[in-house]
Design a protein around this ligand. Structure first.
Ligand code: RET
Length: 305
């Protein structure tokens, strides 16, 4: 039944809270009433602080500019990689093209207000949080690591380790911004997330360079560039978290502080996603011999771990 046609529509929320399991009118009717009541009480409109944040030009431009950039990147990367045939090169390409694809969804979730919330943090008051960023990193960062690990010719175990700890890092980072009970608890999540990040950094700094050293010189050169880019920029994310609107609030507690934090993340994203993916797709588009399935130079198997 459409919600407007429901005779008791105006009283739905009350019905849900007072007698949700009432069997007087039959179970099926009550399930429908409960469902409609739940929908009626769901926040279908953006909360005023979220609306205020999104109407700030500095903040909204930090999102829409990225939607445009990632849209262009997605089309360009698909075009650049259209002729690639080798399955291994294709896997790297698909992982890389997935980066702007996830990013568009991430930024549109934020720009539409779907993944922005207001959290009443004890000791701090209302905090507007662009939590969708932290959620979607769970999908985009494993793609970056998969592409980089494959380029290094690393083993499934090492790539899997990096990705597992990376996902743990992202999920605990999300937990940090969802935590409202005490500020110190947010920082505890931050530390936990940072500990997982150290494992990812270890793989990037120690394990993969050893694997990449056995690859051809062109692969080694690109790997070094991408690895340095990744390490330097990825370290920037926790720094922005710590200084920005989720942490020490150094840029101010108003919408401008939120917008500065958002722009800093967006600028890091330009390097960590756009530049990273562009360099990799440009290299892979020519299907260099050293990256194809048959080329085994130094490429380890499970048994070599
Ligand atoms: C958080 C806060 C908690 C501590 C740490 C963090 C690290 C985040 C990183 C994010 C990288 C994101 C990228 C996204 C691309 O789509 C969650 C900020 C360590 C490293 C590269």
């Amino acid at each position: 039944m459409p919600f407007s046609a429901c005779p008791n529509a105006g009283h739905m929320p009350q019905a849900v809270y007072s007698y949700p399991f009432d069997v007087r009118n039959g179970t099926r009717m009550n399930v429908l009433h409960s469902l409609a009541g739940a929908i009626a009480t769901a926040p279908l409109q953006l909360e005023p602080p979220v609306r205020e944040a999104l109407s700030n030009p500095l903040l909204s431009s930090s999102l829409w500019v990225m939607i445009a950039l990632m849209g262009v990147a997605l089309v360009a990367f698909v075009y650049m990689g259209r002729d690639v045939e080798d399955s291994r090169v294709r896997l790297m390409l698909v992982a890389t093209i997935g980066i702007p694809a996830v990013s568009i969804s991430s930024y549109f979730g934020l720009a539409s207000g779907l993944t922005i919330g207001v959290f009443d943090v004890a000791g701090r008051g209302d905090v507007v949080t662009l939590w969708g960023r932290y959620l979607t990193w769970t999908f985009s960062t494993p793609l970056i690591l998969l592409a980089l690990g494959l380029l290094a010719g690393s083993s499934p175990t090492k790539i899997g380790t990096a990705i597992v700890f990376d996902v743990l890092m992202c999920v605990t980072g999300l937990a940090a911004v969802f935590t409202t009970r005490a500020v110190w608890m947010r920082w505890f999540w931050f530390l936990l997330s940072s500990a997982f990040f150290v494992v990812v950094l270890y793989v990037l700094l120690v394990e993969w360079p050893q694997d990449a050293a056995e690859q051809s010189s062109d692969v080694q050169g690109l790997f070094d560039t991408l690895r340095t880019l990744t390490i330097v920029l990825w370290v920037g994310y926790p720094v922005v978290w710590a200084l920005g609107s989720e942490g020490l609030v150094l840029f101010g507690s108003g919408v401008t502080g939120l917008a500065i934090t958002s722009w800093l993340y967006s600028l890091l994203d330009v390097g960590a996603k756009f530049v990273f993916a562009f360099l990799l797709v440009r290299f892979l588009a020519n299907e260099p011999e050293s990256t194809r399935s048959g080329a085994t130079t130094g490429r380890t198997t499970m048994a070599d771990d």
